[in-house]
Design a binder for this molecule. Sequence first.
Ligand SMILES: [Zn+2]
Length: 355
Amino acid sequence: MRAITTIPPGGGVKLSQVNEGSSSGIRIKTHLTGICGTDKEIAAGKLKFARPEVGQSLILGHEAVGIVSETSDDAAFKEGDVVVPIVRRPGKCRMCQLGRQDYCEDGDFVEAGIRGKNGFMRDEFVENAEYLVKVDNAGILDLAVLTEPLKNVMKMKEIFQFLRLRIPWYCSDSTLSCKNMYVFGTGTEGLLISTVFKELGMNVVEVNRHPLGENVLNYLENNKIEYLDTSAEKLDRRVKEFSMDAAVDAVGAMDVFKEITDNINSNGIALMFGTSGQLPSSNYEVLESIVDKNVAIVGSVDGAKIHYSEAINFLEAHGKGMHMEKLITGKYEPEDLKVFTEREKGEIKKVIAWS
Ligand SMILES: [Zn+2]
């Protein structure tokens, strides 16, 4: 079968013929795989922790949706079921054994398509039922390729809901309608974060350092998400008008962290998601402002099986209404390997169609 492979950590990418071998489990025909920044980093040889499962080469791909083609009688899945595979597989630590490998304590896990396990950019793969999440509504077959990036946001939402219960943080009408959430970063992940917190009832402001393309602007406008281009208007000016009650950093730059701590309200909630490889610098003023303002800052990575299910439920309930199909801006053949190196005009999420 065809598979998109790389030689980590050096990178490179090619369409290869590979043999699955005789693994037992549920056989899945890949429908779509999404391409994200991590795939591009691995292909460019920039992700140091990328490593193969066996031998030298790694099959790429961690965002996927597929259709069950073969299964055993007692399996929880039947032929034709639409499924999304889980990326991170547990190691031996306490959290991993509880099914919360997203909170792994010793780093002894593997991630499909990233480190220590082959990914899903191939015609088909065999999987254990416990690492599959079912999509009940076949009407969101294509949209379900967004499950993997969206599950990160469902975990973020869970942390947010937990943190805001520290104090009565809601508005006088008992909702979050008076609260402003600033989201830094306008990639797919940033847009998914904005979508989810908008749906939660907050006023959301997407922040970027340069003008945005039409696709992104239309998406934000359709969902009544505000937009701030800091090359045209300063952040602190907007914050004077709409105070920063909460923020998510989906960029991973130390200066974004400082912008958040400088501008966030007392009792604010800051969720740190992005990692860009920049080294943190010590800055006493930032620390002082976090303490004085009781700001809750939490790092968040990955998500658990429950968050995959929640992401699928979100796509079912709001995918159409919130125009989420517009986030998928290009569908490519497995042969089109330039998707890993070239950026299309107006690109948000590119996907590879396998069947
Ligand atoms: Zn672990």
